[in-house]
Design a protein around this ligand. Structure first.
Ligand SMILES: [Zn+2]
Ligand SMILES: [Zn+2]
Length: 253
């Protein structure tokens, strides 16, 4: 199956609790319920992005993980916490932490106890986090995937016009295919003018696996998820009937 998530599952959402989203985790959860989502992942920006762009981390991460662990009031919705990690350089160093305060203040000698492996999107953010030397970013992705492949669950928005000609997203797709990592169809960028439509199509056609995400920074952004599936359907890359057998229809048990 080429598309790895369902039209009810959005794995790229930013909050105001940990980075540059406009809404609280709580408001995002409520809105996801209204939209009939069955699974969302709050993937705020990494510590490197937060530090370098003056975002703020307002809340201890452990609080949110606890609040939404047994969500009786959000029946039918699974809420996960992950990270939009940052590629840092050509060596493939990655910042995948959120709120090192969790480590330093509460358990200086221990790793936090994740009950599950955190969901990680690996993205390239330029110029503030990665820097401007994009001709080395292909090498950076190749090295990062060689080093951390099994810990990366999705490659974010690699087809932005802003990356210019020094960066070849199709090479990243090849590396991701070899590691069986999905490429993101990012509906925020897809619906704006930040991508070259031809390049986006080529990336989607070359990817072995695709994950449709909204990259939401507002509640309104969350509503675009379906447009990604419609787009992939128009390319023949998604068949709604693929999901008929294992869909969890919201509101039904
Ligand atoms: Zn952001
Ligand atoms: Zn991003």
């Amino acid at each position: 199956m080429k598309v790895v998530n369902t039209p009810f599952e959005d794995n790229h959402i930013h909050s105001i609790n940990y980075s540059d989203g406009m809404s609280t985790v709580d408001a995002i959860v409520e809105h996801a319920v209204r939209l009939g989502r069955t699974k969302i992942t709050i993937t705020d920006h990494s510590d490197a992005a937060v530090e370098r762009t003056n975002m703020r981390c307002l809340t201890w991460r452990g609080f949110s993980r606890g609040r939404y662990k047994t969500p009786s009031h959000i029946k039918g919705l699974e809420v996960r916490f992950g990270v939009e990690a940052d590629l840092l350089n050509a060596e493939g160093d990655v910042s995948a932490m959120i709120g090192e305060v969790e480590y330093d203040k509460f358990a200086p000698d221990q790793k936090p106890e994740f009950t599950e492996e955190p969901f990680v999107i690996l993205s390239l953010h330029t110029p503030y986090v990665y820097g401007r030397n994009l001709s080395e970013a292909n090498q950076g992705f190749a090295n990062a995937l060689a080093r951390y492949g099994s810990q990366i669950h999705c490659i974010g928005h690699i087809y932005l016009k802003a990356y210019g000609s020094g960066f070849d997203p199709l090479k990243v797709v090849e590396a991701a295919n070899a590691e069986r990592i999905p490429i993101e169809l990012n509906t925020f960028y897809m619906n704006g003018n930040a991508v070259d439509p031809g390049l986006l199509r080529e990336v989607m056609q070359t990817a072995d696996q695709i994950m449709v995400n909204t990259d939401s920074h507002t509640l309104h952004d969350m509503e675009a998820l379906e447009s990604g599936f419609t787009y992939l359907e128009s390319l023949g890359l998604y068949l709604p009937q693929d999901y008929e057998q294992n869909l969890e229809i919201p509101g039904q048990d």
